[in-house]
Design a protein. Structure first.
Length: 208
């Protein structure tokens, strides 16, 4: 298990380092924002293709790994979009919904790096926020170099805008639900893969 940090640059750097060793497969997992109204919080999605926002570039999940993810309980969708910046508003999600089913910030970089190394890869994400929901804050402005939210700037924003506390608490609850469901899925998924794979002595890598 490798924690890449938030964003394409960190994900690319971490995946390049991890995949330099002999690797059988790579799973890009984490959170995603829904871009479709029929997607629920904590729902598990497996993308056939991951594209990069603003560019006509895309990389596909490995079909057998995608099929196994669906067998383990993920819902297949056509496309994830990897954005360079956090998508905060419901209006921006509505605009992006014409291009993808869900938006996140790492999978394109991870799958592209896996493709460069000839490693089979798949993108699986848990929904942390709904298509019609705006995030209570632009968390990117209060994050450290690894993408972790710093407490002091967050508290300062809450003091300035206390009316946003209920939305923040709802998001925290939804992220906990998504994280729990993702952990359960990955455990089942890896067991399923282990039962069907004869590994060559190298390690499986799950990038998240």
């Amino acid at each position: 298990m490798l924690l890449t940090g938030v964003g394409t640059d960190l994900a690319s750097e971490a995946a390049r380092w991890a995949l330099a060793e002999a690797t059988d497969l790579c799973i890009s997992s984490g959170f995603a924002g829904a871009l479709r109204s029929d997607l629920a919080v904590a729902e598990l999605l497996a993308a056939r293709v991951v594209c990069r926002a603003g560019r006509e570039l895309a990389v596909a999940s490995h079909s057998p790994l995608l099929n196994a993810a669906c067998e383990a309980g993920a819902r297949p969708v056509d496309r994830f979009m990897t954005a360079r910046r956090l998508v905060v508003s419901a209006e921006d999600k509505a605009r992006l919904s014409r291009e993808a089913d869900a938006v996140e910030m790492e999978s394109f970089a991870i799958l592209a790096e896996a493709a460069r190394h000839g490693v089979r890869a798949v993108a699986v994400r848990a929904i942390s926020d709904l298509a019609a929901t705006s995030l209570p804050f632009d968390f990117e402005r209060m994050s450290d170099a690894r993408g972790a939210i710093r407490l002091r700037p967050l508290l300062a924003e809450l003091l300035r805008q206390p009316q946003r506390l209920p939305a923040l608490l709802r998001l925290a609850r939804d992220c906990r639900l998504a994280a729990g469901r993702l952990a359960e899925f990955l455990e089942e998924y890896l067991q399923l893969l282990d039962a069907g794979l004869v590994l060559s002595g190298s390690e499986m890598v799950a990038a998240t």
